[in-house]
Design a protein around this ligand. Structure first.
Ligand code: FES
Length: 580
């Protein structure tokens, strides 16, 4: 740890708005006083933006207004001036065509909100899947001192006395309805049991994963990720986060001091240990791109290989986030990585302590939730990166959520040209498919299904489900919900809509998936592949205007994080021109 705190007191950036007696200063300060703020709040103390992704259409974050009050308490207690600012909230459950299409728009909007307004530090109030990475990307680009506090997961769901996991049981129940083992009425009845309290998804889905990634990167206080939304300790966490950001501003502890390559490697290993979402791959690559860290898919494969999945949570395992919290939560996992020699112990965190200092004394209270290594759900739990003529730039697979017997498989391709083609054919009893086939879905990547929808875990045909078969190899350029499971090859790059080889797979081709050797091969000759690619034409028109136009023309591939090309890199916090 080489960080040296800055001298205090010193003039902060907010004083260029609020300090002094010029016409502009009086304009900026005077208008703020219409809210009844006392004059001494403008005296040079840290102004902290509470960037709040609260929205009633982002139900997972709908309690964040309440939590923000606790953050404000903490900021006032530490001598700061809190200002709550609503920011773009990319709701996973409501946004169409997909929330991921708006992650980069949110990141761009939040970046400008941070830079263009008087904030010396920021509390990033997030929770739902895309809200966490979008605000982290913005903070990385502005490099304004920032700290994450998440809203926390929902309480456990139960239906007929069985645990019900957010998302995970949505897939399970919908397949059960298709297989005829659950009625539609029971499915509707189960709906309320899935979401019985405020908070984000209670499985180790993308929201819980990204909360864990924020903590493992060192951008949230230790223990933040797992505290349930309605637990009083979530409010305590919000309050001490508010206190902490004030000191971070005084010390000038910035994202660039924390987001080093070592921090990303700690996060990748943590993702393997928790059985985290494949979406973390894309988000961490994008965040790294904002601070100029050279993070690649190879880093994901390399760092995850030796890490067992020890967190027994759905979708890979049995329990939910509430039980993870009672067991000790993420600090226990990070301690285990440290004990196994799999942690950069000196990595700096927002607390000012190293990754190791803050976890070295924690205790595991339930070794059925946080498992011993010899009982791990997968011994090599990291996200696997496969390459080959079908995915020259790589594709990913989550082994802890897959069927071991399918990790080496050769099968006949059954091709769906896009999601509409899939929906039109999948329930057709005459579809030429059996359980040995490989389902291939095209045109669902960052450009193709703008934003890269979570449709990669496409449901199986009813006639196969009725046989009691619940998994088949599936390949696409789409993403998969972090709550989902299956032997699913995702993020195939280059994507079909960009002319990648996936675009020219045909019904009846044979495909080989060889996870131990990290290989994904379309079994046709190089000449045949080249001839098909030479004839390829995109099947979907691009957006002609609006944000969709910007997105489709500038989004990069999943293999580098699917950021917009012109948003990569850190741009700092200097305002180019005073607008008045
Ligand atoms: Fe918002 Fe899962 S849909 S956290």
């Amino acid at each position: 740890m080489t960080f040296k705190p800055a001298e205090w007191p010193r003039k902060l950036r907010s004083q260029t708005w609020f300090g002094g007696t010029s016409k502009d200063n009086i304009y900026h300060r005077g208008w703020m006083k219409n809210q009844g703020f006392p004059p001494d709040l403008f005296d040079g103390r840290p102004v902290i933006g509470i960037l709040n992704t609260w929205s009633e259409l982002t139900p997972c974050n709908a309690h964040l207004r309440d939590l923000a009050e606790r953050v404000k308490h903490g900021i006032y207690e530490a001598g700061g001036f809190p200002v709550e600012v609503p920011v773009f909230s990319a709701s996973e459950s409501a946004f169409r065509p997909t929330a991921m299409m708006f992650r980069n728009l949110a990141a761009m909007a939040v970046e400008e909100a941070m830079r263009g307004q008087p904030m010396d530090g920021c509390v990033l109030m997030v929770g739902c899947d895309k809200t966490t990475p979008s605000l982290l990307m913005a903070a990385a680009s502005t490099d304004i001192p920032s700290i994450v506090v998440t809203g926390g997961p929902m309480l456990n769901g139960y239906y007929k006395n069985e645990r019900v996991g957010s998302g995970t049981h949505l897939w399970k129940f919908s397949e059960a309805v298709k297989a005829g083992t659950m009625t539609k009425e029971e499915f509707v009845d189960a709906e309320a049991s899935m979401s019985r309290s405020p908070g984000s998804c209670n499985t180790m889905g993308t929201a819980s994963t990204m909360a864990s990634m924020a903590e493992a990167l060192g951008m949230a206080l230790s223990g933040n990720a797992a505290i349930p939304a309605v637990d009083s300790r979530r409010r305590v966490m919000a309050q001490i986060t508010g206190r902490r950001i004030v000191q971070m501003v005084k010390d000038d502890l910035k994202p660039s001091d924390i987001l080093k390559k070592e921090a990303f490697e700690n996060a990748i290993r943590t993702n393997a240990a928790i059985g985290g979402s494949t979406n973390a791959v894309i988000h961490l690559l994008a965040i790294a791109g904002r601070v100029g860290i050279d993070l690649t898919l190879e880093d994901w494969d390399r760092c995850g290989r030796d890490v067992p999945t020890i967190v027994n949570l759905m979708p890979s395992g049995k329990y939910l986030m509430e039980e993870f919290f009672y067991a000790g939560g993420l600090p226990v996992v990070i301690k285990r990585l440290g004990e196994a020699g799999l942690l950069h112990k000196d990595a700096l965190t927002v607390s000012g302590e190293t990754a190791w200092e803050q976890v070295k004394d924690v205790v595991n209270h339930n070794d059925d939730v946080i498992l011993p290594a010899d009982k791990a759900l997968a011994q090599s739990g990291g996200v696997v990166v496969v390459k080959g003529n079908l995915a020259p730039k790589g594709a990913v697979l989550k082994p802890s959520a897959a069927t071991a017997a399918l990790l080496t498989h050769r099968g006949r391709a059954v091709v769906f040209e896009d999601i509409d083609d899939y929906k039109a054919k999948i329930n057709d009893e005459d579809l030429d498919i059996d359980e040995t086939c490989i389902m291939v879905l095209k045109n669902c990547g960052p450009k193709g299904y703008p934003g890269m929808a979570e449709v990669g875990n496409m449901g199986l045909p009813p006639k196969i489900l009725r046989k009691g078969i619940t998994d088949m190899v599936r390949i696409s350029d789409a993403r998969m919900s972090g709550t989902a499971y299956g032997t699913v090859v995702l993020h195939t790059s280059p994507e079909a809509a960009a002319g990648g080889p996936l675009a020219v797979v045909q019904n009846g081709d044979f495909i080989e998936l060889d996870v131990p050797n990290r290989r994904l091969h379309l079994d046709i000759s190089d000449e045949e592949l080249a001839a098909r690619l030479a004839k390829w034409v995109p099947i979907h028109p691009l957006y002609q205007s609006g944000y969709g136009w910007l997105h489709q023309r500038h989004v990069e591939g999943a293999d580098t994080g699917a950021d917009l090309d012109f948003l990569k890199g850190a741009r700092g916090n200097a305002v180019g021109k005073d607008s008045h």
